[in-house]
Design a protein around this ligand. Structure first.
Ligand code: AMP
Length: 327
């Protein structure tokens, strides 16, 4: 039976093994506390015993068929390694493979440790009835657009950008994209997490309407939703089912039609919806300047091909006063 190590390609992706007498992940790292739960498993703060370095340890299970771990899974891991070279993508420091009691392949992903995420950052401001300063919003958005530019430039979609998987360093305000590129590599979820419900709030309308050929604009929609949330401390479209999610969007931005979005009526999940008129972004998201509204409007364009791409967003006048050498 083929194992992870016997896969001929890609060689660079093969995690160091823990079988055959090698050191187990738990011999190398001391788990300190659980810091979160993602789609693919639990995340622990841990200490690397040899160096004392604090890391984030993510335990996931790799899919297996009769041939062992499928090459598609390995390619995803390799992709994650490549993407983590960018300063705005959380850095993958190491990979450790192991086998659990049931004989299933376990993968430990060792990431640089980040002290918070955007969800917690927004929540702490909301709890204190504080707005996030306008320049902080801008700096975070700039880094997010930079990270997304890098990821899209490598032909990868994130598909699930949300405050929860944008990691941050409170001191430096560095923002890094997490939870990337593993969608086909690991079995999700490792176990049923009752308190972590799948969020639809950042999902693009074309995905909700059942489009099968969607692309990078789906991530830009999420970026727009995150932008609005950073400004108001509240999610822009907090839907709790796919239909409610669509209705939420339509109520605020107006029900789309063939004029604003040619072809919308042909999407698989299209129905006759109530007709809502759009509300001004300045009413929906109070607290931005004119450039900010212009950029937000471009991110929340209904027609995916008209939606601003991450690279173009970086050039938008909204970011003119960001010190681009720093980020
Ligand atoms: P994820 O599975 O990447 O969505 O992570 C789930 C949660 O675990 C995040 O929202 C963070 O709170 C935490 N987390 C993930 N990666 C890290 C990391 N590198 N450093 C610190 N916390 C992390």
């Amino acid at each position: 039976m083929a194992t992870l190590q016997h896969q001929p390609k890609p060689a660079a992706a093969a995690p160091s093994t823990t079988t055959g007498g090698g050191l187990r992940a738990m011999d190398l790292y001391e788990k300190l506390e659980k810091v979160g739960e993602g789609t693919y498993g639990k995340v622990y703060k841990a200490r690397e015993k040899a160096t004392g370095r604090i890391v984030a340890l993510k335990k996931t299970r790799l899919p297996e068929d009769d041939e062992g771990v499928p090459p598609t899974a390995l390619r995803e891991v390799s992709l994650l390694r490549m993407l983590s070279q960018d300063p705005h993508v959380v850095r993958l420091l190491d990979l450790k493979q192991g086998v659990n009691k049931e004989g299933q392949t376990i993968l430990y992903l060792v990431f640089e440790y980040m002290d918070t995420d955007l969800k917690k950052f927004i929540r702490s401001h909301r709890a204190n009835h504080e707005k996030i300063p306008a320049l902080t919003v801008k700096i975070l958005m700039y880094q997010l657009c930079k990270g997304v530019t890098f990821v899209h430039g490598r032909g990868v979609l994130h598909r699930d950008l949300k405050p929860h998987n944008l990691l941050m360093d409170r001191k430096t305000m560095a923002l890094k994209i997490a939870d990337l590129g593993l969608s086909r590599a690991v079995i999700a979820p490792l176990k049923k997490y009752t308190h972590e419900i799948l969020t639809l709030w950042y999902r693009a309308p074309e995905v909700l309407l059942g489009a099968t050929h969607y692309s990078t604009p789906v991530d830009m929609w999420s970026v727009g939703c995150i932008f609005a949330e950073l400004v108001t401390n509240n999610p822009l479209f907090p839907g709790d089912s796919e239909l409610q999610q669509l209705l939420h969007i339509f109520k605020l931005l107006g029900t789309p039609n063939e004029q604003v979005w040619p072809g919308v009526g042909k999407l698989p999940n299209w129905h006759e919806y109530p007709q809502w008129k759009p509300t001004k972004l300045s009413t929906l998201v109070p607290g931005l300047d004119a450039d900010g509204y212009d950029l937000l409007g471009k991110m929340l364009e209904y027609e995916p091909t008209k939606r601003v791409c991450a690279k173009a967003a970086l050039e938008h006048p909204y970011f003119n006063d960001v010190n681009k050498d720093l980020y």
